[in-house]
Design a binder for this molecule. Structure first.
Ligand code: SF4
Ligand code: SF4
Length: 105
């Protein structure tokens, strides 16, 4: 059960990657190869631009949006932080819509 808003500190994805990462990248890799950073915040690349990491065939925005939406649901984006690893660093953003609004940075 998530208790706190996600602050996009990236700690979870640096230290204890999700099962999608383990399955998709062939094992536990730390930090996750899909972890992206911009202007002080961390993002899940499978949500911001999944076609960079997954072969979706002929490029099309709707494919990225569809796959991104599926990852959002699967990862529980917007449900807050349920990590024991959260380092408590204040990243300015107290955002319950963790890691952006799924398709947006
Ligand atoms: S879920 Fe928690 S540990 Fe992961 S990025 Fe958000 S605040 Fe940080
Ligand atoms: S949420 Fe995204 S960036 Fe984080 S470990 Fe999973 S696949 Fe990697």
């Amino acid at each position: 059960m998530a208790n706190n808003s996600c602050r996009q500190c990236g700690t979870c994805c640096k230290e204890e990657t999700c099962q999608i990462s383990v399955d998709g990248f062939g094992g536990y890799i730390s930090p996750c190869p899909a972890l992206e950073y911009e202007e002080g915040l961390f993002y899940c690349g499978l949500i911001t631009r999944p076609s960079k990491y997954i072969d979706l065939g002929v490029p099309a925005k709707w494919k990225d949006r569809m796959v991104s939406g599926l990852f959002c649901l699967t990862l529980g984006i917007g449900e807050g932080c349920d990590s024991d690893l959260d380092d408590g660093v204040d990243n300015k953003t107290l955002n319950s819509d963790s890691k952006g609004d799924c398709n947006e940075k």
